[in-house]
Design a protein around this ligand. Structure first.
Ligand code: SF4
Length: 374
């Protein structure tokens, strides 16, 4: 089997036409009904009352679906669009209210970007989600993939998409043997995606590609025996479906430790808000020290919060993985023995009264453990 790069792929018009047709036929019969997904263009609504999703719904769903599975997103999407049914409602919302509805979904920067995007849409685009890829890419947090998805799904604009899912499918269709995360390969894959996307039904086609990657051409166990394009797929024909795509060797995630001071006094705990430029920016947490060095946690807490504290009991430890870090959390229960909490630094809260303080997942885990102990 000769090594092939994306750039070397033939743009055989007949084959591309067959790929499009088979994929769209399969999508018409097998697509999942999702709350943000329009019916395929050639299908009527299932009921008279069924309202098609708006471009705003598609914008919200694309923000939520980045790095997150469909099943996880569905309940968040319902709650979010119920609280903020229009782009104007979201633009006018308080950021903490937006983060609260995002709580548990992770990657909170997406929520802040979506909020800022809604404000820009209201201020600069007259309250209408833009139609073109170039305009969409002016919105915070909207890259080329999301712009292509929104433009094609919401407006039928002929725009390609490429994310990890689509890259995997294309790498298999065309037996691409260059690492799909390499810059040159990404460039070539974008060109292939551009060639493939049809003028008619561009949104359905893009969703069909994503759906095939999610349901059939999955990373570890592609189901070639039920795949609608198996006879056109180079990797399958060569018996190499599970070997492709290739990736560059990954760097090991950086191991770091977050020391969490769970400081209690008369049934209340100290909570602080994270800064704007950090991981989990603007979310709340039990006071957490990311670089302790030789300092004792009690000394760090006194210097930061103005409280005298002492440990009580054994710490609770767990790990949390982010894209680039393996974080060991060490949650040390402590009691406040004196001093006064510095104003404007942190607040005292009962663990049962945290609804207005959005917490990132590892902090929620720490709080759940503290609740079990009390
Ligand atoms: Fe993926 Fe197999 Fe279908 Fe090719 S035939 S697209 S490898 S599921």
């Amino acid at each position: 089997m000769p090594l092939r790069s994306a750039a070397a792929q033939p743009s055989d018009a007949t084959r591309l036409r067959q790929l499009r047709r088979r994929l769209l036929n399969w999508y018409d019969r097998h697509h999942r009904c999702l709350p943000w997904r329009p019916n395929p263009q050639n299908q009527k609504p299932e009921t008279k009352d069924q309202k098609p999703p708006t471009p705003y719904h598609i914008l919200v769903s694309e923000a939520m679906l980045q790095q997150t599975q469909v099943a996880t997103v569905v309940p968040y999407f319902h709650r979010f669009v119920e609280a903020f049914p229009t782009v104007h409602a979201l633009a006018a919302a308080d950021e903490q209210a937006v983060l609260r509805l995002w709580q548990g979904l992770g990657y909170y920067r997406r929520a802040r970007h979506l909020h800022a995007a809604a404000q820009m849409i209201v201020e600069r685009f007259g309250g209408q989600v833009p139609r073109t890829v170039d305009e969409l890419m002016q919105l915070p947090g909207v890259g080329r993939y999301a712009a292509g998805a929104i433009a094609s799904i919401a407006y039928g604009t002929r725009a390609p998409i490429l994310d990890g899912n689509v890259a995997r499918v294309l790498a298999r269709w065309f037996a691409i043997e260059a690492p799909i995360d390499a810059t040159a390969t990404r460039h070539d894959l974008w060109a292939l995606a551009e060639q493939l996307v049809p003028t008619q039904r561009a949104g359905d086609f893009n969703q069909a590609l994503m759906e095939l990657g999610a349901l059939v051409c999955t990373p570890k166990s592609p189901q070639c025996d039920v795949c609608p394009v198996a006879s056109l797929c180079d990797a399958h024909q060569a018996g190499r479906a599970t070997e492709l795509p290739l990736r560059s060797p990954r760097r090991a995630p950086k191991a770091v430790t977050h020391h969490v001071a769970a400081i209690e006094k008369r049934g209340r705990y100290v909570f602080e808000q994270r800064g704007p430029d950090s991981l989990w920016a603007h979310l709340w947490q039990l006071p957490t020290c990311e670089i302790l060095g030789d300092e004792r946690l009690a000394d760090w807490a006194r210097a930061r919060l103005g409280l005298h504290v002492e440990p009580r009991g054994e710490p609770f430890t767990f790990t949390h993985a982010t894209t680039h870090r393996a974080i060991a959390f060490v949650v040390q229960p402590m009691r406040a023995t004196g001093g006064r909490l510095r104003p404007n630094v942190a607040v005292w809260r009962k663990l049962s009264a945290l609804d207005d303080l959005p917490l990132a997942n590892p902090q929620r885990r720490a709080v759940a453990w503290l609740r079990e102990q009390s």
